[in-house]
Design a protein around this ligand. Structure first.
Ligand code: G6P
Length: 369
């Protein structure tokens, strides 16, 4: 096992550090920004189904569901197709409205999640076309879908999903860009510049990993917290959910992710000097709004850890701790901004003496309902 961990203490940290490579593997042979090439062989024959779809329904559980939320923003923005993201377990128990003009994208690392499989069966029986985004080659979900793309992240052993998440978002982004180009909903220059940005993501993830020592120091300050709040807006809202999920899964600290603007409808009541609040406040279209959300938290004595874009000065002035990540297009930011949150949850869990790779009560793949 020590050999399999490749010198790391845990599979989780090994997998976090593999992300520059796993995302590059996912893009390899599919994307070439220089000549504008983008090709996902597994969905090519069915791509027109998405182009002409009335609606996309994304089905998933856990971390894969969070990747689905990121995809919702991306598909709606670039392809102008309405997207619904459903917990597979809820979808199948409520007589959903779905038919031949709908496309389903099922996202699953393992390809074995029972609820996702059952939800696919139901959607298929109603005539929808099913695409899969899975990591484990030859698993059950890819065998029942009409078409799909593998994430090629390599085996993920840690129960808390990390590299599968970034690979899922990478595939879903490529899918959306391919469809947007076919539909003509994205200008050629915007399409080209997104390809260029996507190709640089592995390097930007590597830069985030250089922050590991700094994040370890911050983690030590917060390891005894009883609660955490994670807030983000737009593309960073699903990242807030994922950051909170990572922390609760492996450190057993209660954590909630929320859209930052919704804070005033509830979570703000919880804020005092004992509530660490993680903001994902990178430079994007909701930046100014996030700055004022941070001020609201500071006014109530909450301690703020902020993920910001390199060179940020506004948030740096008001937050207690800042973690600077490289700039990218806001649609691709989740691939970058999630990395410090993975590291934060990892270090806090290790410092609390938790079994990081096999947290209590959780399974890597949930093959029962
Ligand atoms: C379990 C795992 C999570 C995972 C979820 C969905 O809860 O512990 O890490 O996100 O199942 O799994 P899937 O294999 O379908 O992505």
């Amino acid at each position: 096992e020590a050999i399999e961990k490749g010198g790391y203490d845990h599979f989780m940290i090994k997998e976090i550090f593999e992300q520059p490579k796993s995302v590059a593997d996912c893009l390899r042979g599919r994307l070439n920004a220089k000549n504008g090439h983008l090709h996902l062989g597994g969905i090519h024959d069915y791509a027109n189904k998405i182009v002409n779809a009335d609606r996309i329904v994304i089905l998933a559980c856990g971390t894969s569901w969070h990747a689905g939320l990121v995809a919702e923003y991306i598909f709606e923005e670039f392809c102008r197709i309405s997207v619904e993201v459903e917990y597979a377990s809820e979808f199948r128990y409520r007589n959903p409205i779905i038919g031949e003009n709908d496309v389903v994208i099922a996202i699953s690392q393992s390809g074995e999640t029972a609820d996702t499989l059952a939800a696919i069966d139901l959607a298929k029986s109603k005539g929808a076309t099913i695409f899969g985004v899975c990591n484990v080659v030859g698993s059950s979900i890819p065998r029942v879908t009409h078409a799909g793309s593998y994430t090629h992240a390599g085996p993920e052993i840690g129960v808390a999903s990390t590299k599968a998440f970034t690979a899922q978002i990478s595939v879903l982004t490529m899918m959306a860009l391919m469809i947007a180009q076919k539909k003509g909903t994205l200008s050629e220059s915007a399409y080209r510049s997104l390809l260029v940005e996507l190709e640089t993501i592995p390097e930007k993830i590597a830069k985030c990993l250089d922050l590991n020592p700094q994040i370890e120091i911050i983690s030590a300050k917060f390891k005894d917290a009883a609660n955490f709040l994670y807030l983000g807006r737009g593309y960073n809202f699903p990242v807030a959910l994922e950051g909170a999920l990572k922390l609760k899964e492996i450190s057993y600290i209660h954590a909630e992710g929320y859209p930052a603007a919704e804070m005033k409808h509830g979570p703000i009541a919880l804020i005092d000097e004992n509530m660490p609040v993680v903001f994902i406040g990178t430079k994007d279209s909701s930046y100014e709004k996030i700055v004022s959300n941070i001020q609201e938290v500071k006014a109530r004595k909450g301690e703020v850890i902020a993920i910001v874009t390199e060179g940020d000065t506004d948030i740096a002035e008001i937050a207690d701790h800042i973690i600077e990540v490289p700039h990218t297009h806001e649609a691709l930011m989740p691939l970058v901004s999630v990395i410090p949150l993975q590291l934060l949850s990892y270090h806090i869990a290790v410092m609390r003496g938790c079994n990081v790779d096999q947290p209590r009560n959780l399974a890597k793949s949930v093959t029962v309902e």
